[in-house]
Ligand binder design. Sequence first.
Ligand SMILES: *Cc1c(COP(=O)(O)O)cnc(C)c1O
Length: 215
Amino acid sequence: MNNLTATLETLRARIPDHVLLVGVTKTVPPEIVDQALAAGLTTFGENKIQEAKAKIPAVSSRARWHFIGHLQSNKARDAVALFDLIHSVDSVKLAGELNKHAAAAGKTQRILLEVNIAGEASKFGLKPEDVPAALDAINQLPRLQVEGLMTVAPLTGDARPHFRRLRELRDQLGLRELSMGMSHDFPVAIEEGATIVRIGSAIFGERKNRNEPTE
Ligand SMILES: *Cc1c(COP(=O)(O)O)cnc(C)c1O
């Protein structure tokens, strides 16, 4: 059993079956993604369109891809072409662009709304109080299917109250998915109801540039 297989087995044991594990492959080369696929990981997350455009065609077509980074409207067409689920929709304007490109591609695009749950100045995402109105507007767009909410909790301090607040918002809106939890905080996220966890370094090792900006 190679390292990746062993790591995934240990990690999987800590994640209930109903929670989707997204392996975050930013900075990870395609051959390693293929190894992870062979070891049973099905779904991968990328946070930059340029990197994804190069990587996705170089990986087995069995892999499923989620977009988890900040998305600019001018990259909406590429995002629709490449990704099953876009976690990071943070404005009605971006949703409108995605809807337009999904219509052109004959696709229904699954999305999550990204929420800046802790109100951090450095983070993208809708303010929690703006989510209901944004959801109403986005639900009018026929080519988008809003499946839930996503957040990145603050790096320091206790993430639990933030995860709990996102779950309460999700429940209030009657949505299904909750994408929350990364390598350092996924056990708490799962306790608070995560249905999708996004894990990179705990699978593929530390990245050289920990705080790489998202685009
Ligand atoms: C990089 C990243 C992750 C994974 O982070 P790790 O700490 O490596 O598990 C999850 N979500 C988003 C949005 C990311 O950019």
